[in-house]
Design a protein around this ligand. Structure first.
Ligand SMILES: *Cc1c(COP(=O)(O)O)cnc(C)c1O
Length: 394
């Protein structure tokens, strides 16, 4: 049967794999050899499920958005990842990875973060597990994201500034990789999206797949059938989309819509619309689509939402794009902000600006009155209040 899941070597079509320096090989290989066995152990599943339930607050509701549905003349459901502990889907993955790290006997966690959301989700689970946490973050991002830096510190993490290059996410990633090479025995690197060398994209997608697992039984209860007509999710690296799509990937009757950030316009030079602007290359250890110059230097991406401001997409999404299994659309800052405010006023829910991009698909696409459309609401908007207020001059 045709499948859109990773093969044994971590390839999605021609994308994926593990392109890593030799010094990282022992770390990545240990994880590759053991991740599936560990994830399939009953004791692992029990502990993961119990924490998702009692700590994260899962299952997250599948909410029928009545007023939004009336406005767009369709049956629109919101998957409420915004109600998770820490305010977004990212914690599903960090819980999974901290349990993995414990099973692998690791005593130290490293992570990199751009906007600080993944850093906070990682610091949270390290506190929960009582494990040392070091988060690398670009010096400029530390200044831009002060509240998240404060959160990480409150949670006991050490935030280390990356002072080289552009002092942003990619420089923080370089520092984290350097640390991992120097600490191959006792350290686990928690990557925050479906990116990086195999097995990370597959492992992270599996941890996030709880989203579509729940959508199936929740829709069955509400609509009498498990499969929606469409699932819509925003894509930065692609982890919330991977989780929302996961159990529908091989069922081509379910339309998948991936929403990227067009920033100030796809061709404005200030955008993060990787599928349109990117081409084949290697970033963070995997072959995928990325925004780069003719010389292969990574282009600095831009989006009003910090979580979509990433120059690549994970290899699963590169393959979904090339194979046309998913439809990729891009949404500008202005379109996203308008849809974010609309959700506030129609449904009383303040979405993360990332999630507002997914909502804005309703402005571009028309759905049938009987179509069941599930939009993954990846996070809540508390972190974005200042951006909304400045934008709308509220
Ligand atoms: C980080 C983040 C994203 C983007 O990351 P993906 O890996 O593409 O899901 C989207 N929404 C929210 C709320 C985030 O915090």
């Amino acid at each position: 049967m045709k499948t859109y899941h990773a093969d044994e070597k971590g390839y999605y079509g021609k994308f994926g794999g593990a392109y890593i320096p030799e010094m990282l090989y022992p770390n990545v290989e240990e994880l590759r050899q053991r991740y599936l066995t560990i994830m399939n152990e009953a004791s692992f599943k029990d502990e993961f499920d119990q924490l998702l339930r009692d700590y994260v607050g899962r299952p997250s509701p599948l909410y029928y958005a009545k007023r939004l549905s009336e406005k767009y003349n369709s049956r629109i459901y919101l998957k409420r990842e915004d109600l998770n502990h820490t305010g977004a889907h990212k914690v599903n993955n960090t819980i999974g990875q901290i349990l993995m790290a414990k099973r692998l006997g690791k005593k130290r966690i490293i992570a990199e973060t751009g906007a600080g959301q993944h850093g906070v989700a990682t610091a949270t689970v390290c506190a929960l597990a009582g494990i040392e946490c070091i988060v690398y973050m670009g010096e400029i991002d530390i200044k831009r994201q002060a509240p998240n830096v404060a959160r990480m510190k409150m949670l006991g993490a050490k935030v280390v500034p990356a002072t080289s290059g552009s002092k942003t996410l990619k420089d923080a990633t370089n520092e984290a990789i350097r640390d991992w090479i120097n600490n191959p025995i006792d350290t686990h690197y928690i990557i925050g999206s479906v990116v990086g060398p195999h097995p990370y994209p597959d492992m992270v997608a599996r941890f996030q797949s709880v989203i579509s697992e729940e959508i199936k039984w929740q829709l069955k209860e509400k609509e009498g059938k498990e499969d929606p007509d469409y699932v819509i999710a925003c894509v930065g690296g692609g982890s919330n989309a991977a989780g929302a799509f996961y159990h529908f990937l091989d069922n081509e009757k379910v339309g998948l819509i991936a929403v990227e950030a067009a920033g100030k316009g796809i061709h404005s030079g200030e955008s993060a619309a990787t599928s349109v602007l990117g081409n084949d290359g290697i970033i963070h250890g995997s072959r995928t689509l990325l925004m780069q110059t003719e010389d292969g230097q990574i282009t600095e991406p831009y989006s009003i939402s910090a979580g979509l401001d990433y120059p690549g997409v994970g290899p699963l999404h590169a393959h979904l794009y090339e194979s046309k299994r998913a439809e990729f659309i891009s949404i500008t800052d202005d379109e996203a902000m308008t849809s974010g405010l609309e959700l506030c006023q129609l449904e009383g829910i303040i979405p993360a600006i990332e999630s507002s991009h997914a909502l804005a698909a309703l402005q571009q696409k028309e759905f049938g009155a009987d179509d069941i459309v599930v939009i993954n609401l990846s996070g809540r908007g508390d972190k974005d209040l200042n951006t909304y207020i400045d934008y709308f001059k509220l």
